[in-house]
Ligand binder design. Structure first.
Ligand code: MG
Length: 217
């Protein structure tokens, strides 16, 4: 039986922020300096892993020795400095969707593997203010795909697991939400549907998400 929705939990990158092509571009440029050629899909399918885990995973997959944690620090600095050169924008309809939900007194949470300082840098104040709870990498001991981030956000935002909805765009995030018992909708903003099958529903874009929410609320 489908219950009413009392809270909606949003991932940030690829859901609120149109940032994944820029993340991919920055990683591709940095890895090229280490002799590893990547395509955007190599980044998109690892979205949600910690930076260090994904770097180790990429070197291992390409049979290149991981250069160690000191060098990882430099890799991450280079990536951040390329990524932060330009601001990233919101997806179309994001503000309309958030306002639509707030008008219906739905609790809203942001659930991201990014650091809090990156979130505060990336999101405009009026968008931050829409969220009743913001769960970042700084707020959990285990990140996505562990259920902890979504379970924490649900506890802070309120509402039972069967009255909540998560919106994700990547396999690790979907696994985290589903592991916390929350119904998950995936947006195919970075990955095609074949990567998003653990979600209960895959929508193509924010227009389809708005229509879905208007139907349910
Ligand atoms: Mg995402």
């Amino acid at each position: 039986m489908e219950k009413g929705i009392r809270s909606v939990l949003f991932d940030m990158d690829g859901v609120i922020l149109d940032s994944m092509p820029r993340h991919a571009d920055a990683w591709i440029r940095v890895f090229r300096q280490y002799g590893v050629d990547l395509a955007p899909l190599d980044i998109y399918r690892r979205e949600g892993m910690s930076g260090r885990d994904s770097v180790i995973d990429i070197f291992r997959e390409r049979n290149v020795a991981y250069p160690g944690d000191d060098e990882y620090g430099r890799i991450l600095e280079k990536k951040i400095s390329i990524f932060e050169r330009q601001p990233v924008g919101l997806f179309p309809l994001v503000k309309e969707i958030l306002h639509f939900l707030r008008e219906r007194r739905i609790a809203l949470a942001l659930v991201t593997g990014s650091l809090r300082r990156s979130v505060e840098r990336a999101l405009p104040r009026d968008v931050m203010d829409c969220f009743d709870a913001v769960v970042t990498a700084d707020d959990v001991s285990r990140g996505k795909p562990d259920p902890e981030p979504y379970a924490t956000a649900l506890r802070l935002a309120g509402g039972g697991v069967h009255e909540s909805l998560a919106v994700e765009n990547a396999p690790m995030g979907i696994r985290s939400a589903v592991g916390a018992g929350i119904q998950c909708i995936a947006l195919a903003t970075s990955l095609p549907e074949e990567h998003l099958r653990e979600a209960s529903l895959v929508l193509q874009d924010h227009r389809e998400l708005m229509e879905y929410l208007q139907d349910r609320l």
